[in-house]
Design a protein around this ligand. Structure first.
Ligand SMILES: [Zn+2]
Length: 279
């Protein structure tokens, strides 16, 4: 666990809207949790702030306006073990930076120091024995510390199905998970651009997976897409406002389904009546 000791601000273009934006990250008093705001009004981060059903990013509906693509920042905050922070968004989208959580993690680690965790049982939330949303499947069981396991398949023979895991500590997050960049398959790009997404996209902030290999340079890890899916899952779990002390296993996770998992973990998913969710 770490505590922020000073503030910082990062600016950059948003992936989907392509506009310049910024986030100011400031310490919050111990026990305050994660506070998010835009336009000067702050509220506690919770899963119901996320717009249900978003694809390719996670969006928060804040009193001062919506903000999208918040998941890499949230993953870095949770992955670095920071429980109390004030995150102020300037503009409608968080900067995409290099498409990973590494720039956030580096700044968060430099602006924080390790602290002894508070005594008492870890906050776990509600267990989820089984959750299925479309192709995504999850289970979450309480444990002493957070551990994530992700299985993710990309339908290219050179990549295939990969399994990655993270044991909950900040060092391994910064080294093994945070550097994994967002990605899209080459054949998806036309549809993505046609839907008005990824207007700020480029090979500087995303990996494009071609049928024979990555475009624009090598992957940072042979299983980089699966690692990025774990990063996204971690960011979406942080929507709970705390990182649940759970062993979470996810197969083929995506943002909309992760959001449903966060609602269940926080104990406030009433279901959407589609019958896609079962426990
Ligand atoms: Zn992502």
């Amino acid at each position: 666990m770490r505590r922020l000791t000073r503030e910082f601000r990062l600016t950059g273009r948003g992936l989907h809207g392509g506009e310049e934006g910024a986030v100011r990250v400031r310490p919050a008093e111990p026990g305050a949790g994660l506070l998010v705001g835009r336009g000067g009004t702050f509220e506690s981060l919770r899963p119901t702030l996320a717009t249900p059903g978003t694809v390719r990013c996670t969006e928060l509906r804040l009193a001062g306006g919506t903000v999208r693509t918040v998941e890499h920042l949230l993953a870095a905050v949770a992955g670095c073990g920071i429980r109390d922070a004030r995150l102020e968004f300037e503009g409608p989208e968080a900067p995409i930076l290099d498409g990973s959580a590494l720039p956030w993690a580096e700044r968060l680690l430099a602006a924080s120091e390790p602290v002894v965790p508070e005594p008492g049982p870890p906050r776990a939330g509600s267990p989820v024995r089984r959750l299925r949303v479309g192709v995504s499947r999850y289970e979450a069981v309480p444990t002493a510390r957070t551990a994530l396991m992700v299985e993710y398949a990309v339908p290219h023979p050179w990549l295939g199905r990969r399994r990655v895991a993270w044991g909950g500590d900040a060092d391994s997050f910064a080294r093994e998970i945070a550097p994994a960049r967002t990605f899209a398959r080459l054949e998806e790009l036309e549809g993505i651009f046609a839907s008005g997404q990824a207007r700020g996209g480029s090979l500087e902030c995303a990996v494009v997976l071609g049928p024979d290999g990555p475009l624009g340079g090598p992957l940072r890890f042979p299983d980089e897409p699966a690692r990025h899916k774990l990063l996204d899952l971690l960011g979406d779990l942080a929507l709970c406002g705390f990182l649940p002390a759970m062993r979470v296993r996810a197969v083929q996770p995506h943002h909309a389904a992760n959001g449903r998992l966060a609602l269940r973990l926080a104990g406030n998913d009433a279901g959407d009546g589609t019958g896609q969710s079962a426990q």
